[in-house]
Design a protein around this ligand. Structure first.
Ligand code: 13P
Ligand code: SF4
Length: 337
């Protein structure tokens, strides 16, 4: 689709500042293809009063050049609730776009690819949650945001990897219980249980990207690169998290690099993270394991341009489900982290 757009002087003027930021990471030949698309996306955003909410796993040309707000799931949800733009383009996966729509029902929420799913979201249905609640009456249901709106609608509170510990402690205290139902990520649930002392009943869901990392892989990185700092996402299996120096959400990992400025780091998470964080942190050498999220990678610059030109694909959530799903999201957003 970018083919009819040319790299003109006007495009160069509109994008030179952006290129200065990413020049060490995007070869010039590639930039000449990206730049006209970036310029047109940024023009259309102004024309349509649209914002692009870009997840940390977006490729650098999206993350650094068209994202108005970038961050982890929690930050993007907070931004969706407060933006006064008329249109939100979700540069992320479908559950993130649904969350934006639930929090901003009067806005048009677009996602560049309806196929951008998530192995966690597809692992559980609303009917599954109803069965769990019937099996464990009285226990609160803590639902990871990586789920569909109908699963959220059955829940007491949502969480992200950025606030899961605080959410579980808060809801266990509010319900006066020592056990919660935490769905659908079995690894996140176990990692949070280890940090809180709250017991968890969980579900057999896992992230297809993070479940592939192994503890041996981390030991191998340490042997090959003495002194390396290992950061892991809490969707990794507990034995992987146990080998890491720090575990946290994508935003928490970025914060760690910015604050501690390690000489050498490996981020045990999706590939694009290291690319994006390296742009802002030239002092740090990044060793880059590359586990791609195929869902996140369905979001492309051309897809974002198409979404803005044609105002597709509009994300719609049934009003009754949205109303029920909003309560656990709002409850989560009220928890201080
Ligand atoms: P974060 O909330 O940490 O950004 O994670 C979202 C996600 O999908 C990680 O795989
Ligand atoms: Fe889902 Fe994993 Fe992809 Fe995140 S990285 S969107 S959890 S499949």
């Amino acid at each position: 689709m970018g083919v009819e757009l040319a790299y003109t002087d006007a495009v160069a003027r509109a994008t030179d500042d952006l290129y200065a930021k990413v020049a060490n990471f995007i070869p010039k030949a590639e930039w000449l293809i990206h730049a006209p698309v970036i310029a047109e996306i940024n023009r259309l955003k102004r024309e349509k009063n649209a914002v692009v909410l870009a997840h940390n796993y977006m490729t650098p040309e999206i993350f650094h050049c068209v994202g108005d707000f970038v961050g982890d799931s929690l930050a993007l949800a907070r931004e969706a609730a407060r933006t006064d733009a008329s249109v939100i383009v979700q540069a992320g996966v479908h559950f993130m776009a649904e969350t934006s729509k639930i929090l901003s029902p009067d806005k048009t929420v677009l996602i560049p690819s309806m196929a951008a799913g998530c192995s966690l979201a597809s692992s559980i249905t609303g009917a599954d949650v109803r069965l769990l609640k019937a099996k464990y009456p009285g226990l609160p249901v803590v639902t990871y945001v990586n789920t569909s709106a109908e699963v959220k609608a059955e829940s007491d509170i949502c969480c992200t990897s950025g606030n899961a510990v605080a959410v579980v402690e808060t809801i266990a205290r509010d319900f006066g219980v020592d056990t919660v139902i935490m769905i659908p990520d079995k690894y996140l649930a176990r990692n949070v249980a280890a940090q809180t002392g709250v017991k968890v009943i969980t579900w057999e869901g896992a992230c297809e990207v993070h479940e592939r990392f192994t503890a041996q892989e981390i030991r191998d990185y340490r042997a090959a690169h003495p002194g390396i700092v290992v950061l892991a996402h809490p969707e990794c299996p507990p034995e992987v998290v146990a080998e890491a120096d720090f575990a946290g959400s994508t935003a928490a990992m970025i914060g760690y690099v910015g604050t501690h400025k390690p000489q050498r780091v490996v981020m045990i998470t999706e590939c694009s993270m290291s690319d994006n964080v390296a742009v802002e942190n030239p002092q740090t050498e990044f060793i880059r394991p590359c586990n791609l999220c195929p869902h996140m990678k369905r979001i492309t610059l051309d897809g974002i341009l198409h979404a803005l030109r044609t105002m597709t694909h509009e994300v719609v959530v049934d009003a009754a489900i949205a109303a029920r799903a909003k309560a656990p999201i709002d409850r989560m957003l009220a928890v201080k982290v």
